[in-house]
Design a protein around this ligand. Structure first.
Ligand SMILES: Cc1cc2nc3c(=O)[nH]c(=O)nc-3n(C[C@H](O)[C@H](O)[C@H](O)COP(=O)(O)OP(=O)(O)OC[C@H]3O[C@@H](n4cnc5c(N)ncnc54)[C@H](O)[C@@H]3O)c2cc1C
Length: 342
């Protein structure tokens, strides 16, 4: 069988590696970083991604029964708030520290070759190589800053709390360690001094409803991570021609949908069949690329467009009456938004 090389060991790369190993394909995976590691993420997994993780053997296996189940959500704006609403489908809240390491273990357990601290230069990859390097960095103009850290347990009004203030938002959910994950997206243009040294104070100023609940809390310092120059919602950017990209390397869905991880896993599943056929010499590389690109367009095009619309509605809604309408309408708007982005 022809060997496959995957560049990038996030959810997309690791899931594809596991699926290919199950077909007996020789796979090596290069990851610039290592495991376990903290990543900027809301750590809320929903939709088909959960079934895929289950099918990859992760529910019981290395994660034990530690996954936190999320069943409710609440939306909070400056002056208005929805009621606590049931999520249309049960979701998981699980740290990337645990999840990525469990997938890496599984990949290696199936005989995959994992090369950590191995950064492959950007640019076109050869036939048999898959680009799973995640989102591309662009300039800071018009971009966002993402930050996440773990707090000691704090009482939440729902399994997932989403706070929107002007053009920034923060999500809170309990994770498997019992801690609370806090993940915020903030426009780059905001002057945020001391965010790294005093994150709860700075975020408490930005999100007044959270102030009394988080200010002064001792965060888990090792879990503090941030990413800058975040752009998303630009649609699919599958490179034309003879290359295979999966996950965020194709296009990043706005994080507030809580669906990027699922999309990365689904993207890996779409690529696994054609890549396995290429390895067994049943498809030529051009056909593999064409099939994978077409499957991505068909499967994710509508979803990415709906997610962009949702983001626009929630993030741009700084006027009081729109927020009041969103908060009151949440019981019927949320299930629609949830379905459209999954
Ligand atoms: C602020 C924020 C909050 C989010 N919250 C959620 C959420 O709550 N729920 C949800 O479902 N999704 C969320 N997401 C989205 C989710 O994190 C991503 O969609 C998902 O991680 C994409 O997986 P991936 O494997 O495609 O890319 P990544 O997870 O980015 O993995 C790419 C990997 O490639 C490696 N790499 C990069 N370049 C190279 C190179 N040159 N050589 C070798 N390795 C390389 C990187 O180190 C990385 O490990 C959020 C994203 C952000 C930014």
């Amino acid at each position: 069988m022809r060997p496959v090389v995957i560049v990038g060991g996030g959810l997309a790369g690791l899931a594809l590696g596991i699926l290919l190993r199950r077909q007996g394909v020789p796979v090596s995976l290069h990851e610039a970083s290592h495991y376990p590691r903290h990543r900027v993420c809301g750590e809320f997994i929903s939709g088909e991604g959960i079934e895929i993780l289950d099918a990859l053997g992760l529910r019981g296996g290395s994660m034990g029964s530690h996954v936190c189940l999320a069943r409710t959500v609440k939306f909070l704006f400056s002056k208005h708030a929805s009621t606590t609403l049931p999520l249309p489908h049960e979701a998981w809240s699980l740290s990337r520290w645990t999840l990525d390491a469990a997938l890496a273990d599984r990949f290696e357990g199936l005989g995959g070759t994992l090369v950590t601290h191995s950064r492959i230069r950007r640019g076109a990859l050869e036939p048999g190589w898959v680009d799973a390097r995640g989102r591309r960095r662009r300039g800071e103009s018009g971009a966002w800053l993402g930050v996440k850290f773990h707090l000691p347990t704090i009482p939440l009004e729902a399994d997932l709390e989403m706070h929107f203030v002007q053009r920034q938002y923060v999500g809170l959910c309990r994770i498997e360690t019992g801690q609370t994950n806090l993940c915020a997206l903030i426009p780059h243009a905001l002057p945020l001094r001391n965010l790294a040294s005093q994150p709860t104070r700075v975020l408490g100023e930005l999100f007044p409803r959270l102030k009394s609940r988080i200010e002064g809390l001792e965060i888990d310092k090792d879990s503090f991570v941030s990413v800058s120059a975040l752009h998303y919602g630009g649609g699919s950017r599958q490179a034309p021609g003879h290359s295979v990209q999966i996950g965020d390397a194709v296009g990043m869905i706005p994080p507030l949908t809580g669906n990027g991880m699922s999309l990365a896993l689904e993207s890996a599943r779409l690529a696994a069949g054609p890549m396995g056929a290429w390895s067994r010499d049943l498809l030529d590389w051009g056909e593999v690329c064409r099939q994978i690109q077409q499957a991505h367009r068909q499967r994710f095009g509508r979803r990415l467009a709906a997610a962009r619309w949702l983001q626009f509605a929630l993030i741009r809604s700084s006027s009081g009456w729109i927020q009041s309408w969103l908060a009151k309408g949440a019981p019927w708007l949320m299930p629609i938004g949830f379905r459209w982005t999954r």
